[in-house]
Every structure is written in C-alpha cells, then in structure tokens.
Design a protein around this ligand. Structure first.
Ligand SMILES: *Cc1c(COP(=O)(O)O)cnc(C)c1O
Length: 443
C-alpha cells in the first residue's frame, strides 16, 4: 500500500462514482437528500452543462415492484434499455440479436427449437399461434386454469379456431382423468396449456400432459403459454415434447416490457410449412419473421419491421446474466422453487389461505386470500406507502378477495437485495395495521 501513488486512488473513486451515477436509484436518492440541487436554477444549469441533468429526471422514489410481471430489472439491463441509438443493421447489434436467439434456446433447454423475438407484448404470442398454426374450423383443446386460458381461447376463436375447454374450479387444475376424457372425445389439432395462470397462480404439470397428448395423437401440437413461467419455472422444451412455448420480456426473463418471445419445435414449423389456408395476419406472419430470425442468427441483418433495438439489447444482457449466474439452468429453477416455498411457508404461518393448494401452486408467484372481512383498499395502499407494489386480484370470480405477490427474476436470484424479506416484512406490517391478528407462531 505504501508504495502506491496516492493519485492512483482516483481510479477506484472514479469507478465508484460512475457506478453511483449509473444506478437508476440515484436520481431518487438525490431528489430525496439534496432536493435543492434540482430545484435551484443555478445548480440545475450547472448539471445540464456537465451533462448530468439526467440525475434530476426521476423525482419519485422507486417502489419495489413485486407483481407477477413486469418485475424488477437489473441496473445493467436498464442501462442497455436506455442505450444510445444504434442501427438495427449495425454489426454490433446483429451479433447481440443473434446471440440472444441462441441464449433463448439454452434457457428453454432445446437444441432444435426455432426462436422468435418480435416487438410486442406477450399477447402477440397467442395471435402468432392462432394465425400461423391454426386453420379455420380446426379443433383446439384449451386446458383452462383461469383468466389467461380464457384470453388465449378468445384469440384462437378470432382467427377461426374452434375451442373446447377443460376447466376446473377457481384455484385448481383439471384432473388428468378429465384431460384424458376430453382427448378421447375427438382428435385435436392443438392443445393449449397455461403453464402458470397468472390470475390464480395455478401451475400445470406440462410434462405429464404433453406425454398424454402425444400418446393419444403424436400429431397434436402442444402449446405452452409460459409467459408467467419461462425463466423461473422448470420447462424442458425438447425433453417434454413441447411444440410452442411463449413468453414476454417483462416476466421471469427480467427485461422491460415490449418483446414477445417464442420457441417453436421443428415439428410445429413443418405443420406451419404445410399450411393450406392463407395467414390472416401481416405483422404476425412467420413467413415474414422466420427469415429475419434466421438471418440474425447467422449474423447477417435482415429487415421486415424495425426491431426494438434497445429492448433486444436489454434482453441480451439479461439472458447472459441468467446463464452466467446459473450456467446450469436447473439451478435457477431450483432457486425459484426454494424462494417460493419460503414465501408460502411464511404466508401459511400467518394463518392466511392461498388461492391454489400448495401441490398445485406456481413458484413464480403467490396468490393469497385476504383475511375474513378485510378488503384490498385496506391493505394495498399501506403496502405501497411502505415502498412495495403488489397486484390485486385478477380472476373475475374472486378478484376483490385476494392479492398476488410476484417472485421471479432478480428479486429471487439476488439474495443480497433483500427483496423477498422486505416484501414479507412489509405485507405483515400492513396486515397488522389493517387490524389483522396473527397466530402466536407467525413467522
Ligand atoms: C402476462 C401474461 C400474458 C400476457 O402478456 P402481456 O405481455 O401482458 O401481453 C399472457 N399469459 C400469461 C400467463 C401471462 O402471465
């Protein structure tokens, strides 16, 4: 230490300062502790002159977002999302896009799946399945565990699919016997499964269902709506014989909203290629998007419609982070299970009932019934005042009676941030303030 030149200390200090300036929470900290810095015209002008006026653009303190998507996003992912303009055919971007497509295969555990990344929310995935794989009048079996099953079916019907639903009471899943009985009724072009229905937090046993569907008829296409699962819940695309799995950037993949993400098996691509009916969509047509995805993966640019450059860069950073953090993706799924088990154990110790039974519950979120006599407006604003945002109910049959905690991505994977402990602490305090009496042994 003695023979280090003191001026060399400037390097770590500059590095720390850069980290501080880059951190998205910095503006909130500045607004809180040095409000005059942004309101005084002289200092504001100075900040502008030294190109740091960005520090004053986020006056609101950030609230920890613990809903089932969008989720908290890592600072490096956010930086990428706010990056400088770059051409969509710039070799740097071409390489990032190409690599993102390859990394998606790793996260979904597939060798041969065809990935698609298209600007839109996750909902475009339903439309893409409907317009590319379903011909008018074809029969589709919808395994419906809530709001998102209804919505998927609605999209399929818009394009002429004929849906049959297998439903279950709210908060539970159809039995395997009920699914088998439905499969025995008639041949289906496609079976759709909502891996995690975000309205209730019910988890479907995709592996067992896929096996059953393919045993009945190997030609039936197995489609998984994995928007609230992919990147958090175990899903082995190849090993489970899944034909289409879709998600969105803002859920367990940990990027901002704006990208519709899909994986399609070679079998499903062959069904698409043999399609007779015209594709009833322009933007959603795989005829347009497939050459673009293939080109970028081969590290050459192609154009159909301008990709969301910064969002794809953000996704690319997030996917790289995921696979650096857990080179064996199974470790990421195991961590989501462990954290979910912890959340559910704590909530159960409070004496509260959860929407799905524990054996049927997802690991990316938890749906919790309010205590008898308590209403959402008594709880959620208190939670929010303590700096945490939760989601209210979504399933129309029970919406006012429960709330939802999302636990996926960074909040689950990075213990040092304390997100999970904080959400549990805050909800417990808020329940207490709303008049709830906890059992003696509440955690
Ligand atoms: C969020 C979600 C969707 C819809 O995704 P958007 O990005 O909101 O369009 C579809 N299915 C499930 C299971 C979801 O959780």
């Amino acid at each position: 230490m003695a023979n280090i030149q003191p001026f060399l200390l400037i390097i770590p200090i500059l590095a720390l300062l850069t980290q501080f300036l880059k951190n998205p929470n910095t503006p909130a900290l500045i607004a809180k502790h040095f409000p005059q810095l942004c309101t005084n015209p002289h200092s504001a002008e100075l900040l502008q002159r030294i190109k740091l006026s960005k520090l004053c653009t986020m006056p609101e303190e950030h609230k920890q977002l613990m809903i089932p998507g969008p989720v908290e996003v890592h600072e490096d992912v956010l930086s990428a999302a706010g990056g400088l303009s770059m051409s969509h055919v710039d070799p740097v971007f071409v390489n990032q896009f190409g690599e993102a497509l390859e990394l998606l295969r790793k996260v979904l555990v597939t060798e041969t799946g065809q990935p698609f990344i298209v600007s839109a929310s996750g909902t475009l995935g339903w439309d893409m399945v409907a317009v590319n794989l379903v011909e008018p009048g074809e029969d589709i079996l919808v395994l419906n565990t809530g709001f998102f099953g209804d919505r998927f079916a609605e999209s399929l019907e818009v394009y002429g699919g004929r849906t049959t639903h297998v439903r279950a009471p709210v908060g539970s899943r159809p039995t395997m016997a009920a699914i088998q009985a439905a499969l025995n009724e008639k041949p289906y072009k496609m079976v759709t499964i909502t891996h995690v229905d975000t309205s209730t937090g019910v988890l479907m046993p995709v592996e067992a269902i896929s096996k059953m569907v393919k045993a009945k008829n190997p030609k039936t296409i197995v489609v998984v709506d994995g928007v609230c699962s992919i990147g958090g819940e175990t899903l082995l695309f190849d090993a489970w014989n899944v034909d289409v799995a879709m998600t969105a950037s803002q859920k367990a993949l940990g990027a901002p909203p704006g990208l519709s993400i899909m994986m399609v098996s070679q079998y499903a691509m062959s069904v698409f290629n043999e399609r007779k009916a015209p594709i009833p969509s322009y933007y959603g047509s795989w005829r347009k998007w497939l050459p673009v995805m293939k080109a970028y993966e081969a590290r050459t640019p192609a154009y159909f419609a301008t990709p969301a450059v910064q969002l794809i860069q953000a996704l690319h950073v997030s996917l790289k982070q995921i696979l650096t953090q857990t080179p064996d993706i199974m470790d990421r799924f195991a961590k989501h299970e462990a954290v979910s088990d912890h959340v559910k154990r704590v909530v159960a110790s409070w004496g509260l009932r959860m929407v799905p039974a524990i054996e049927e519950a997802a690991h990316t979120m938890t749906g919790v019934y309010l205590p008898e006599g308590m209403a959402l407006p008594q709880l959620l604003p208190k939670v929010s005042a303590k700096g945490v945002v939760l989601a209210g109910g979504l399933h129309p049959d029970i919406a006012p009676k429960y709330f939802r905690i999302g636990h996926m991505g960074l909040s689950v994977m990075e213990d040092h941030r304390g997100h999970i402990d904080n959400v549990l602490k805050v909800v417990k305090e808020a329940l207490g303030e709303a008049g709830y009496t906890f059992p003696q042994d509440a955690l």
